[in-house]
Design a protein around this ligand. Sequence first.
Ligand SMILES: NC(=O)c1ccc[n+]([C@@H]2O[C@H](COP(=O)([O-])OP(=O)(O)OC[C@H]3O[C@@H](n4cnc5c(N)ncnc54)[C@H](OP(=O)(O)O)[C@@H]3O)[C@@H](O)[C@H]2O)c1
Length: 270
Amino acid sequence: MTVTPHTNNHQVVLITGASSGIGYAAALAFAKSGANVIATARRVDRLASLETAVQRLPSPHGAIYAVALDVRDPNDMQLALQKGLERFGHIDVLVANAGVGQRGAVVDSDWDDLQILLRTNIDGVLHSIRAVVPVMRKQGNGGHIIIVSSVAANMTAPYTACYSASKAFVSSIARSLRLELEADHITVTDMLVGRTATEFNEKRLGASGYAARAPKLPVMPAEKVGEAMVKAVNKRQKTVILRFFDRLIIWANALVPNIIGRRALKQYRV
Ligand SMILES: NC(=O)c1ccc[n+]([C@@H]2O[C@H](COP(=O)([O-])OP(=O)(O)OC[C@H]3O[C@@H](n4cnc5c(N)ncnc54)[C@H](OP(=O)(O)O)[C@@H]3O)[C@@H](O)[C@H]2O)c1
């Protein structure tokens, strides 16, 4: 990866988990909108493909800078941000997107899987926020943080309970952080994403067999989520739910959580 200083007044967006799925689509959408993107993940070969895809966008488009990063490591996070700042000079938007799925009973799941889930979906989001906000504050121009949560946050979700709880955690953080950062003019978006066509399901940790009777839910393309992120920043949206179907899921969980939970219990039981 060549590093040439590229500082200008373009919006600069740091995205975690940009090597595939929603993060990859978000990187393309922000670059298309003219933003400069710091694209981070562990798989550098995938990030290189993303760099090529951005360079092939019709001009004008923003620049891309790929940086290897494991979100579970706070030092890695600081280093990636530092490299991004050296390249682009400032930071305006964080998309805290990197995440993994996990399926399995709370008690019987492999502890190593649960550690990866919690360290990635919870620690990873906190590390990115705690790295970026002090820089945004110092810059004094406000900023925007998009936290990628799920319609599964707050769901009664037997056999995907730890994943759902990890998303409930980040949604809760989003709501409180929004008030903590109000005085700094930093907007926080809680992005409640529904089923999206990505590698997410096939890479899910834990008992894949539990999905055998899972319902076929409507799936949206990752590009739709990426474009919604650009809109969320432009319109300073606080909560984003992309589809009516996703809204229905959230309402049903709020109104009749036990009915939803019992359905999931039947579908996911081994
Ligand atoms: N797909 C869905 O239906 C859906 C629904 C609701 C919410 N979401 C959320 O959307 C987000 C993105 O998921 P996706 O669907 O796009 O799945 P994906 O294609 O599997 O993407 C996950 C991304 O996270 C990165 N990642 C995982 N562990 C990491 C680590 N330790 N350090 C750095 N990066 C890491 C992966 O990159 P590397 O492996 O290269 O590091 C990859 O770029 C997740 O937070 C997920 O919970 C997805």
